[in-house]
Design a protein around this ligand. Structure first.
Ligand SMILES: Cc1ncc(COP(=O)(O)O)c(C=O)c1O
Length: 425
């Protein structure tokens, strides 16, 4: 029954049954956490062979270089070749870094602020106000970087094909707009993958700032839920073809492929951007953790090895997303109070509830022992304008735990939304 059309009596009945369900679940003393997209222990187990794959007397590269020692800032050649294939670029268009792509992105934006980007004639900080385009809902840490560095955030809505490009294309007419954040595949948190047309328009759109960058955070490149990785057009190729080879900086990591926090991060870009990044990195590092890079190359062997590994991950993760979807369909479908994504990959499900209800739902769930990401986290400054987005991260818990957490969540959605409808009737 659509609660928005319901009679006062039916609304009261729905509220009463949601309240009863919630009270029952609250008595169960639950302690479940769906706040962050973390791999489950079983996913991490799949990569444990890496812990012993590089052993005593076995630490040299193909050309005999001892990887226990300092140096090779851009990453070992074996890893550059491997991750070039992963990112679909040439080996000279890649830097293989440390354990975190977020660190690389932070350093990149910081480097733009402090030293500038190829194409520009001054550091961003010396050019007045700096602005970035932020498709919402988006990744909280992208927005946190902007907030930290005093970069003004311009929000644009998302569509199933990526950011709303009609809105995006207007903004870089202002030379203060220096970039846009993009999570182009299985986006965090809304799950969409950019269409070919989106990739092309982002590569081609006129921008006033010669040092404008598309920050292409392809964190979920191979993280499908069973159908194989979704196709995504090659953004660096598109930029080259559009005559804007330096426009894009692409990032990725194995954080959610091997061991989170002990993976390998990469940046892929034009040779000019790679040279600029290495020049900036020179001051902060004598070289990356090459042993970890070697471990990764030996563990996967080739892209077929990596893709087979991700198929095994999908077998673990897909039933959890199915459990989320099942609960939402069972409890909320047709009630007119919530819509949600059914992603084909990535780490999140996004739920949109009636305006003004998200924070109250999260608070109620929390009181019943189910922790959820704060409502505004998917928006700049931690404030969703309509208080309507909720991000669910269903990877780390077991299917049974997710089923319980979703019972709580759905009861909270129905309770808060029904109350809201009663108040506004
Ligand atoms: C879109 C996105 N980018 C980057 C990261 C962090 O990646 P890393 O562990 O390589 O720093 C995450 C983690 O949740 C993410 O969702």
């Amino acid at each position: 029954m659509d609660l928005k059309q319901a009679t006062p009596q039916d609304l009261a009945a729905a509220l009463e049954s949601a309240e009863a369900a919630y009270t029952g679940l609250r008595g169960c003393n639950l302690a479940l956490d769906m706040t962050r997209g973390k791999p489950a222990p079983e996913q991490l187990d799949l990569a444990d062979e890496m812990l012993t794959i590089v052993g005593h007397g076995d630490t040299a590269g193909d050309d005999g270089t001892d990887y226990r020692n300092y140096g090779i800032l851009a990453g070992i050649p074996e890893a550059r070749a491997f991750f070039a294939e992963y990112m679909e670029v040439g080996p000279k268009e890649i830097v293989v870094g440390g354990n975190s792509s977020l660190t690389m992105m932070y350093d990149t934006i910081m480097g733009g602020m402090y030293y500038g980007m190829p194409g520009g004639d001054a550091p961003w900080k010396d050019q007045g106000t700096v602005k970035f385009i932020c498709p919402v809902p988006g990744y909280d840490r992208h927005f946190a970087i902007c907030e930290r560095l005093g970069i003004e955030m311009l929000t644009v809505a998302k569509t199933p094909e990526g950011p709303d490009l009609d809105a995006v294309e207007e903004l870089p007419k202002d030379p203060a707009v220096k970039g846009i954040w993009c999570v182009p595949k299985y986006s965090n948190p809304s799950g969409e993958t950019y269409s070919d047309a989106t990739v092309q328009r982002l590569a081609e759109m006129p921008v006033a700032a010669p040092d404008f960058r598309v920050v292409w955070d392809n964190a979920y490149n191979v993280h499908h839920l069973g159908d194989g990785p979704a196709p995504l057009a090659n953004m660096l190729d598109a930029c080259k073809q559009a005559g804007n080879p330096d426009r894009v900086l692409m990032f990725g990591s194995t954080s959610k492929i091997t061991h989170a926090g002990a993976g390998v991060a990469v940046m892929a870009a034009s040779e000019a951007n790679v040279a600029d990044a290495l020049k900036k990195m020179f001051y902060s590092s004598i070289g990356p953790d090459k042993i970890n890079q070697l471990r990764h190359v030996r563990f996967f062997k080739d892209m077929a090895g990596l893709l087979a590994h991700m198929d095994k991950q999908a077998e673990i993760v897909a039933p959890k997303f199915a459990a989320v979807d099942r609960a939402l369909e069972t409890h909320l479908a047709g009630k007119g109070i919530a819509t949600w994504t059914a992603p084909k990959g990535g780490y999140f499900v996004s739920v949109e509830v009636l305006d003004g209800c998200a924070s109250a739902i999260i608070e109620m769930a929390n009181r019943a022992g189910v922790k959820l990401t704060p409502a505004g986290a998917t928006h700049p400054y931690g404030k969703g304008p309509a208080d309507s987005f909720i991000r669910l991260a269903p990877t780390v818990q077991s299917v049974a735990e997710i089923e319980t957490a979703m019972e709580v969540f759905c009861a909270c959605v129905e309770l808060v939304c029904a109350k809201k409808l009663q108040e506004t009737a």
